[in-house]
Design a protein around this ligand. Structure first.
Ligand code: 7PM
Length: 264
């Protein structure tokens, strides 16, 4: 899953894609590099961010989704929590709703169910504006797992069938570096939930702690985390640097497949 940030927030893209032409070009480039899904987001969920205005978010994401749908058969996901954006995005050609609030907002479950799209349900502790103000857990993996189990059940009750649901522990969303490392180490425990696991680790601030590097210089660390995530059960990897990440995913997949791997 290639990340396309169409907010004015350049935090982790090392360049923003505010102009629809630039955003489309970047999306096509990531698809060309081998991304199966392009994740298009118009609301910044970085730590400290405030909720985006609805009209602004619609104006940012819908034209890019429509343009990408015209140009490519790649799967498109929309990174949003707003029912109106979910509906407009799927009308414009999006296939998947990626909601960092796991469809907990007013009207989100019903809107997502009505679209018939796939959904990614992510764990977040708190809200983006304050989530990194000393997050704490008794048992981070247990809490994330219990939360995701509940959201899978809620989604199914709302009419979203299990095969349309993916889950995500939400690395960096109300978690310290050590919480993130524990979640990554214990990721196999989320396989009990029997849904594909999405892992988003690309360029995240745990890499500042682990490598000391600035956001634009975290590709090697991100690629290492992607490989570890796949080894530990992730089946969708959200990444800014698609070509390099796909190499890591292929290497990790070959290790998992072991003797079944035929060299192709
Ligand atoms: C800090 C936290 C900085 C998050 C930047 C981000 C995810 C996501 C984002 C994720 C899913 C970023 C983000 N991260 N959706 N949206 N999983 N499902 O790196 O980990 O772009 S925003």
């Amino acid at each position: 899953m290639g990340v396309l940030n169409v907010t004015g927030d350049s935090f982790s893209d090392g360049g923003r894609f505010e102009r629809p032409d630039d955003a489309l070009r970047q999306a096509l480039r990531m698809a060309d590099e081998g991304a199966s899904i392009i994740d298009i987001g118009g609301e910044s969920t970085r730590p400290g961010a405030r909720p985006a205005d609805l009209a602004l978010e619609l104006n940012r994401v819908v034209p890019v989704i429509a343009a990408l749908r015209r140009e490519s058969a790649v799967f498109i996901s929309v990174d949003t929590s707003k029912p109106e954006v979910m509906r407009a995005a799927v009308d414009a050609g999006a296939d998947i709703i990626n909601d960092v609030r796991a469809l907990q907002g007013p009207g989100a479950l019903a809107a997502a169910a009505l679209t018939g799209a796939g959904v990614c349900l992510m764990h977040m502790k708190g809200e983006p504006r304050t989530m990194q103000d000393s997050p704490s857990y008794d048992d981070v993996v247990g809490e994330v797992s219990t939360f995701l189990r509940g959201r899978i059940a809620a989604a199914q009750q709302a009419g979203i069938p299990a095969p349309r649901i993916a889950i995500d522990p939400g690395f960096g969303f109300g978690k310290t570096a050590s919480h993130n490392l524990e979640l990554l180490r214990e990721l196999p425990r989320l396989q009990d939930l029997a849904r594909p696991i999405l892992a988003g680790l690309s360029r995240k601030s745990m890499l500042a702690k682990l490598t000391g590097r600035a956001v634009g210089d975290r590709m090697a660390g991100s690629v290492a985390l992607a490989a570890i995530a796949v080894i530990n059960g992730a089946r969708i990897v959200r990444a800014h640097d698609v070509a390099a990440t796909l190499d890591a995913v292929r290497v990790a997949a070959a290790v998992i497949q072991g003797e079944e791997f035929d060299g192709t």
